[in-house]
Design a protein around this ligand. Structure first.
Ligand code: SF4
Length: 228
């Protein structure tokens, strides 16, 4: 596996758990709002060795609940399954962050009980996904991943990063329709930064987020705006 970043402690990325987080190198999308664009080139000489991460986990397994595997896109990594098996052999939980493009691997990970929590991005209306991803996307794969998670029986979340000049109220309401209102659907505000490829993108103000919340909560009580 190509691991570009390793943060030894996070209290934010795995809900209710103490974890570390790794960021894998490379992604099959080119999102205009990506905060991890430095990870998108597939080659990077400064990789973190798997052994370093596993040794740390072994040392800290009595303190940590688990690990978050984020990216880039972890499911394009050769060796992901073997790496997770090594983590699970230490008795730790695994959370996977994914763009949902690889339902086959997602299914395998679930069938082999190798993941305990999955966060999947739903970036935009499925029929117009490339507005955000800036590349062609297989819509059927996304739908399949969503269905796999809905029937998985594990903890999972769907989440959308909302961008002021991209996600209109109408689009946000249409996104909410993808969900059955049984599990939370998280909306998170976009943040501009030096790493974001498209510098024209804007965040919503707090007041705008509150207004969005007021409108969607009437119909979709399980939608949560993170950070409000
Ligand atoms: S899927 Fe995630 S990591 Fe990949 S380009 Fe989009 S935001 Fe970045």
């Amino acid at each position: 596996m190509k691991i570009s970043g390793f943060q030894k402690l996070t209290l934010l990325d795995y809900p209710g758990r103490i974890a570390c987080i790794i960021f894998t190198q490379g992604c099959n999308y080119k999102c205009s709002y990506c905060q991890n664009s430095l990870l998108i080139p597939h080659e990077n000489e400064e990789l973190v060795a798997e052994e370093e991460v596993l040794a740390y986990l072994n040392q800290r397994k009595s303190i940590l609940d688990g690990i978050v595997i984020s990216g880039g896109e972890p499911t394009i990594q050769i060796g992901l399954v073997d790496f997770i098996k090594k983590v699970k052999s230490l008795g730790l939980l695994v959370k996977l962050d994914t763009n949902g493009s690889n339902p086959k691997l997602l299914k395998q990970l679930l069938e082999e009980k190798l993941v305990d929590y999955v966060a999947m991005d739903i970036k935009y209306l499925l029929e117009e996904y490339s507005v955000v991803t800036k590349c062609r996307v297989n819509r059927n794969n996304l739908l399949e991943s969503m269905n796999i998670l809905k029937n998985s029986g594990i903890e999972y979340e769907f989440r959308t990063t909302i961008i002021k000049n991209v996600h209109t109220m109408d689009i946000i309401l249409k996104l909410c329709k993808y969900f059955d209102n049984k599990q939370p659907f998280y909306l998170q505000n976009f943040e501009q930064s030096e790493y974001v490829p498209d510098k024209t993108l804007e965040s919503f103000t707090r007041d705008e987020l509150k207004e969005i919340e007021k409108i969607i909560k009437k119909e979709y009580p399980n939608v949560v705006i993170r950070g409000l």
